[in-house]
Design a binder for this molecule. Structure first.
Ligand code: KMH
Ligand code: ZN
Length: 274
């Protein structure tokens, strides 16, 4: 399964003009990435001043537009940007996506701190369970895996039963984007958990190759990677999805179509609360 994370909250549009920051750009990116092999899209929106936007109305419009124009699994970020409030991050679920990201711990994030205290994690998880939204657990460090165990032990499985994580490696402050970090994280995951991996910046390729060889899924996109090769900026998100699909094909694990990803994630019949 290939997830595309096309925008993120941090990169200014001015420094990467191919970044889809308007809704029409997001939808055309989603279409192109779907054609290239993506099955899920991880969405951050921007406001009219290029800042992270967690406005529920705009998020709901984005969910509706992506559903109308593609069959991608729509995942909204509850991480937002490092300055977004916990209240705004919790309210993201009101836009009723198929899935949402749920980061399992605080991490230094370059010069900033991406804050994810335990009470926020619990509140996000409880609301996911109540509303039947599938959380994807974002894990930047081994301590986050321990917190995922604690969450499942104390509150039970996610709606639909699928425990799916994304290993986010190579953030300055988290685990590096190396094969040994992938192996350590996977060894610590709960039994039966499924996972994708994301390598930030130049760790995109090593992490993708490690994930493919270790049985994981892939997340790629301009949220995480802006350089395609040394000195050569990424053309657009579809280029990164095409490369991921090519690697997956070479590994004899071809890209999973969106309909199959929906079934794989337990979303085909609509996840049920509880
Ligand atoms: N922008 C980062 C601070 C997520 O989407 O859940 C958080 C992030 C994780 O991107
Ligand atoms: Zn994100």
């Amino acid at each position: 399964m290939i997830t595309v994370a096309p925008t993120g909250a941090e990169t200014p549009k001015a420094s990467a003009p191919a970044l889809p920051t308007r809704l029409d750009e997001l939808v055309s990116t989603a279409r192109a990435c779907s054609a290239a092999g993506a099955a899920m899209i991880h969405v951050h929106l921007r406001d009219d001043h290029d800042r992270s936007c967690l406005d529920v109305g705009r998020l709901a419009d984005a969910v509706a537009a992506l559903r109308a124009e593609t069959d991608l699994v729509v995942q909204l970020s509850t991480g937002g940007g490092v300055s977004d409030s916990f209240a705004d991050r919790l309210a993201v679920l009101d836009a009723e996506p198929d899935s949402c990201s749920l980061t399992c711990g605080t991490v230094n994030f370059g010069d900033s701190v991406f804050a994810n205290p335990w009470p926020l994690i619990v509140e996000l998880y409880t609301r996911c369970r109540e509303r039947g939204i599938l959380p994807e657990f974002e894990l930047f460090d081994l301590g986050h895996v321990a917190t995922l165990h604690r969450l499942l032990d104390e509150f039970g499985p996610p709606p639909g039963g699928r425990v799916h994580a994304d290993l986010v490696l190579g953030v300055p402050g988290g685990l590096p984007g190396t094969t040994s970090a992938v192996v350590a994280m996977v060894a610590a995951l709960p039994a039966h958990a499924t996972w994708s991996a994301t390598g930030i910046g130049r760790s995109a390729l090593p992490v993708a190759l490690a994930a493919l060889s270790a049985g994981g899924h892939l997340r790629v996109g301009m949220e995480d990677t802006l350089t395609f090769a040394r000195g050569r900026p990424v053309r657009d998100n579809a280029e990164l999805v095409e490369r991921a699909a090519t690697l997956a094909e070479l590994a004899q694990r071809p890209a999973m179509p969106a309909a199959r990803a929906r079934a794989f994630l337990g979303l085909d019949a609509g996840v049920t609360a509880g």
